[in-house]
Design a protein around this ligand. Structure first.
Ligand code: G6Q
Length: 554
């Protein structure tokens, strides 16, 4: 079967995954590898700890503690080739409409392209538009940071609240937390996303409206949660500032693609920061959606972050698969999910500032590849996206690591660590890093029954204290958490997601799965709000829950 994967993309013969030649070879190879222990792999090949490593743009990846051999890698690269990965990468970077269900290009890479680059969408070079918005953000961020931008009563802005959800929230929150060290500490940054009124109430708690700026971040400017929060914010601001509508222009700006709705809301479109339909929500933290990040850390740091993204983009675009970090990470995930039956991947950053990184990656990975049909619309007969989860180390060690070490499930782990801390304090950092290396070592090599006995453990206790080991992990080690490095890390995972999606042949850039619940909620809202008893026509469970809620709230 020959398939055209996207408008303008030359077709390559891509067979369904389980019919690809490398799939059959990999399946047989995985059988042979199933009982091979990492202890044996390291004993047979003592240099693998140096060899199974790769480095790009200052990110060092040690993938030697994976249950692989050189042959495994070779077969995975063959699978990637047969999946059309090289062509898909080229298609994405050149702006082909590879998001075929929405007929859109996928060009988050253009958001960090240098201003002399040329990338065409429908015949227009989009790079100048990107830089125009960046310049506008820069001017605005500088005005706010310097106190030049005044609120309605003439006071400078000291508080910034980003209102947005999903891709218009998770990236900005994660980036703010990750780069807090570089942020203007005299300012307060908060993020209001949930339609739960508690989120709004806590976002404005203790803040002086005169000094508060709301950034309404919504690509569509129609999202129920965001518009509900934005309207509540508007009402709050008017109440606090005496009801003068002209205050809105001073205290609200918008990040959106929808000028009409922005204007209807009362925000001057001169204070609207645009982006484009070729930027997916979960790929947008480096677009104008990052305005709160730029105000927090300053335009220079924001641009350094973009440069970091771009470095990994170039690496992904040009490096051979054997040295390509996102390719290696993506293919290793496929190896465990499809050939070892793993269901999840743990993301374990040993950096407190990355505390929201796993949550951010959950959307990036699972909204992208949580799909059950191929580009051709066929139901897949293999697993796709794993569940991503995690917490910063060392806290996780005193919580869920028990299951990773001694539970019954195989959980590949990504450890992310930095050689330098941003807050040096005594021996904290050596202790932290010792824990990273120790955890990866313990997971891989474990502790045998003989070793446990040799420690004088009574026989009845031995099984409880045995660590089987053979638990795979990657260690990503880099210098220190800077804006540039943050951009590199995010790009690394963005492209790893792309690699996985390409092998699974799913569209990593749509999210139809969020639609149904949204539509049903719209139908239920009036049923909850109506004063007369509504005629309910849902299933008996939903009807019952609605009646109970109505009764209780009354
Ligand atoms: C991400 C999704 C989704 C989106 C939110 C918010 O890829 O598209 O998470 O970001 O639904 O959408 P708006 O920015 O349009 O409000």
């Amino acid at each position: 079967m020959s398939t055209t994967v996207a408008e303008g993309t030359p077709s390559q013969e891509i067979k369904p995954l389980t019919e690809r030649k490398a799939w059959a070879t990999l399946t047989a190879h995985a059988e042979a590898m199933r009982n091979v222990h990492l202890r044996t792999l390291f004993a047979d090949d003592p240099a693998r700890g140096e060899r199974f490593t790769a480095e790009a743009a200052g990110l060092f990846l040690d993938y030697s503690k994976n249950r692989i051999t050189a042959e495994t890698l070779q077969l995975l690269f063959e699978l990637a080739a047969e999946s059309g990965l090289a062509e898909r990468i080229a298609a994405m970077f050149r702006g082909d409409k590879i998001n075929m269900t929405e007929k859109r290009a996928v060009l988050h890479t253009a958001l960090r392209a240098p201003n002399d680059a040329t990338i065409f969408v429908d015949g227009n070079n989009v790079v100048p538009d990107v830089h125009q918005v960046l310049d506008k953000m820069t001017a605005f961020a500088n005005r706010v940071r310097s106190g030049d931008w005044k609120g309605h009563t003439g006071k400078p802005i000291r508080n910034v609240i980003n209102i947005g959800i999903g891709g218009s929230d998770l990236g900005p929150v994660m980036a703010y937390e990750a780069l807090r060290h570089y942020s203007d500490r005299s300012m307060t940054f908060r993020f209001d996303s949930n339609v739960d009124s508690t989120d709004f109430a806590e976002s404005v708690q203790g803040l002086n409206a005169e000094e508060t700026l709301f950034i309404v971040s919504s690509k569509t400017f129609t999202t129920l949660e965001t518009m509900t929060n934005a309207n509540t914010a508007r009402a709050w601001m008017l109440k606090e500032l005496g009801g003068d509508e002209s205050a809105i222009a001073k205290h609200f700006v918008a990040v959106s693609t929808n000028a009409v709705e922005v204007s209807k809301f009362g925000i001057d479109t001169a204070n609207m920061f645009g982006f484009w339909d070729w930027v997916g929500g979960r790929y947008s933290m480096d677009s104008a959606i990052g305005l709160s990040t730029m105000i927090a850390v300053g335009p220079e740091n924001f641009r350094a972050m973009l440069a970091g993204f771009h470095e990994i983009d170039e690496h992904f675009r040009t490096a051979p698969f054997e040295k390509n970090l996102p390719v290696l990470l993506g293919l290793l995930t496929v190896w465990y999910i499809n050939l070892f039956g793993a269901n999840t991947v743990a993301i374990l950053p040993y950096e407190q500032y990355l505390k929201r990184f796993p949550a951010y990656l959950q959307q990036l990975t699972m909204e992208s590849n949580g799909k059950h049909v191929t580009l051709e619309g066929a139901r897949v007969n293999y697993e796709t996206c794993p569940i991503y989860w995690g917490e910063p180390g060392t806290n996780g060690q005193h919580s869920f690591y028990q299951l990773i070490h001694q539970g019954t499930r195989l959980i590949p782990c990504d450890f992310i660590a930095f050689a330098k801390t941003l807050n040096p304090l005594g021996s904290h950092h050596d202790i932290l890093l010792a824990n990273v290396f120790a955890q990866a070592e313990a997971l891989a090599f474990g502790k045998t029954a003989d070793q446990v006995r040799a420690e004088g453990t009574p026989e009845w206790l031995v099984p409880h204290r045995v660590f089987e080991g053979n638990r795979p992990s990657n260690v990503i080690l880099t210098d220190k958490l800077t804006p540039e490095v943050l951009g590199k890390l995010v790009a690394l995972y963005e492209h790893s997601v792309f690699v996985q999606g390409t092998v699974w042949r799913v569209n990593s850039f749509d999210q139809w799965g969020v639609e149904l619940g949204k539509a049903l909620a719209q139908r239920i809202i009036p049923e909850l709000e109506s004063t007369a008893e509504p005629k309910l026509t849902h299933d008996s469970s939903t009807n019952n829950l609605i009646r109970r809620y109505r009764k209780t709230k009354a």
